[in-house]
Design a protein around this ligand. Structure first.
Ligand code: PMP
Ligand code: GLN
Length: 401
């Protein structure tokens, strides 16, 4: 048979699926793939169920909704932009609802890139960025953040721009680092985008999952960025409903129109009852949004403290579902991929190797743990890790003493 798409043929199964399968196989606690083990808010789940059968919505309520999303959700997205960030977004022409942030990202990249265009990406990158950029025939230009501080290397970022640069993709709060980009970095990035007259696609799925008083600031709010940014949110993260796959893009009218064309070619629409329920979710009062961040912050603290007690060195994380941790203290003879395999098989806890988020040279002694889990499960994971690693660590420190 003839060759199929060479890039996709060469693509492996995502690390999230691989580690989740290993977790099931070994009866391990899955702190790998980032999904909560509790249901989303009753109000939102009930709204979806009700919308399926709500006669007031008419007999076409379960048929194709409008291409860019049901009006009530587009209005809710516009209102949330105003409420949280002071952004005036037109619900009619500047919002596109998608089947998850995954589709939103692909649609934005399809809408903005031609083959040969260069895209500045900041490593560690979420798993779909590099493959999708390449599938579109565009060229990733990678700028690396390094643990433990994940600081933005400004000179390297500036050097990554060229006359062929078309867009920059920014993920803040960032998976897997937990970095929340501050205003100085954002203004530096904004200035580069304006000077080079490029677009920015902003993956802000963790926008409400921020800790310790950190403020999430959309790049779109910075000078010169309103007209060149597409800002992506996800109901999966904001409402702990990752299986729903409802995402939303806020972008200036001209960009939104082309993003809608990409969406038309990808999925065309997104299930209407889920959209209606997400609109109910976005209309909740500020307490909901503050509370989801506070609850996750407590879980972050719980897991990080536990990991530290086992002998990992957990890094600071200000947002997202994740904490990355250095495992070098164990003296393990192997890289992060080997360590994750070892840990899932021998200690019964699954995590994600951080090198999976790098396309080239990568740090090799960090793993990512998801803390969006019930406290009892986090505690059980720490107990398992303690049983497995702590005695060895004690033996070794006794030897070196
Ligand atoms: N971007 C980032 C940074 C993510 O971690 C995820 C993970 N779920 C997504 C996008 C995809 O979001 P969705 O599930 O809404 O497609
Ligand atoms: N975003 C999730 C994570 O980083 C995984 C989503 C997926 O499995 N594709 O864990």
């Amino acid at each position: 048979m003839r060759e199929m798409n060479s890039l996709l043929e060469a693509t492996g199964t995502t690390i999230f699926t691989v580690m989740s399968a290993l977790a099931v196989q070994h009866g391990a606690i899955n702190l790998g793939q980032g999904f909560p083990d509790e249901d989303g808010p009753d109000l939102v789940v009930a709204a979806a169920a009700a919308a399926l059968g709500d006669a007031r919505l008419g007999p076409t309520r379960n048929q194709y909704p409008p291409l860019t999303g049901v009006p009530v959700l587009r209005e809710a997205v516009a209102a949330a932009n105003k409420r949280f960030y002071g952004l005036a977004i037109d619900a009619q022409s500047e919002v596109v609802v998608t089947s998850g942030a995954t589709e939103a990202l692909t649609a934005c990249l399809m809408a903005l890139l031609n083959p040969g265009d260069e895209v500045v990406l900041i490593e560690p990158t979420y798993d779909i960025y590099v493959p999708v950029v390449k599938l579109l025939g565009a060229v990733p230009k990678l700028v690396r953040l390094e643990p433990p501080r994940w600081e933005l290397p400004r000179a390297a970022l500036e050097a990554a721009f060229s006359p062929r640069t078309k867009l920059l993709l920014l993920n803040s709060p960032m998976n897997p680092t937990g970095k929340v980009f501050g205003v100085e970095d954002l203004d530096f990035i904004a200035d580069l985008c304006v000077r080079h007259d490029i677009y920015a696609v902003c993956d802000e799925v963790y926008e409400h999952l921020v800790f310790d008083g950190a403020a999430h600031i959309p790049l779109m709010t910075r000078p010169g960025m309103r007209e060149r940014c597409a800002r992506i949110g996800s109901a999966g993260k904001t409402f702990s409903l990752t299986g729903w796959k409802v995402g939303y893009v806020s972008a200036p009218r001209a960009m939104a129109a082309v993003i809608a064309k990409a969406h038309q070619n990808l999925t065309f629409t997104t299930p209407p009852h889920l959209q209606r329920a997400v609109a109910v979710g976005l209309a909740q009062d500020d307490d909901y949004f503050a509370e989801i961040g506070a609850r996750l912050a407590a879980k972050r603290t719980r897991l990080s403290a536990g990991l530290a007690s086992v002998g990992f060195v957990p890094l600071a994380t200000r947002g997202s579902y994740f904490v990355t941790a250095d495992f070098s203290a164990f003296g393990f003879d192997g890289d992060d991929v080997a360590f994750c395999r070892y840990m899932v098989e021998q200690a019964g806890v699954a995590a994600i190797p951080v090198s999976a988020f790098y396309a080239g040279a990568a740090p090799r002694h960090y793993v990512r743990f998801a803390f969006c889990k019930q406290d009892a499960l986090l505690d059980e994971a720490i107990e398992r890790l303690t049983r497995h690693f702590a005695p060895q660590r004690l033996t070794r420190s006794a030897q070196t003493a």
